[in-house]
Design a protein around this ligand. Sequence first.
Ligand code: G1P
Length: 292
Amino acid sequence: MSPKPIRKAVFPVAGLGTRFLPATKVVPKELLPVVDRPLIQYAVDEAREAGIEQMIFVTGRGKTGIVEHFDIAFELEQTMSERGKDLSVLEPTRATPGDVIAVRQQVPLGLGHAIWCARAIVGDEPFAIFLPDELMVAREGGSGCMKQMVDAYNEVGGNLISVLEVPMEQVSAYGVIEPGESSGALTEVRGLVEKPPVAEAPSNKIVSGRYILQPEVMRVLENQGKGAGGEIQLTDAMAKMIGTQPFHAVTFDGNRYDCGSKTGFVEATLALALARADMGAEVRKIAQRLLG
Ligand code: G1P
């Protein structure tokens, strides 16, 4: 029997984005553009490609622009139509009516708390989570990260997280898995720890911002105390699910850019611009000139 389909995705987007101030004083970090699409658009596109229908944004004060982005801007479309402009550029921003839902995380108590804020909308279904800071780019002709995870989920069911290997000295910034047996891109998860000191990290495989979780995690989060950094951690709640349900890690075949850091953001912008048919050649020349 194939497992229940993944129809819903939760996007925790309540963060203040202080690392990008002053850019993020008024504009939510998730709306900063990588080339010509806001960061959040890449995550929503990836969700749609994986067959996900309902987008649940966990927002906060000053972040409503994210929801606006997926609405129809009537005046804009009207004016563009009158001027004979092509509206297809807005196509990715069109949500199916009723499929964009926003809930609020009033207080920033951590990622686990943000996810728990979506419990009533998630209900009793497995669901996906996207951390939009992590920009996951498919290989030419390949599928996106969540699509690869959903394909794996259809075989093994249960819970899945995307992982990638980083240099050991970087693990303390992430959730880290204790890996079990591997087969292809799939690795069994035996343990999970959030932001461990390097010396205590069980591996260099870090959780990279994509999850497929069973709804039981919401019950665990309900009683989850504070963990690393004094925050309610999703990783700690997931760790408690290991052993009660299947738990696997998927190594994404593609490229990942960490847009949570300024240099990662610049890297993503450059990489995506270089890969674009309409500007790649020109950007390459510019980059070469700048590098002298
Ligand atoms: C969060 C998660 C962590 C994960 C990381 C990926 O941490 O808690 O497990 O590895 O995202 O970006 P944060 O970056 O919010 O500190």
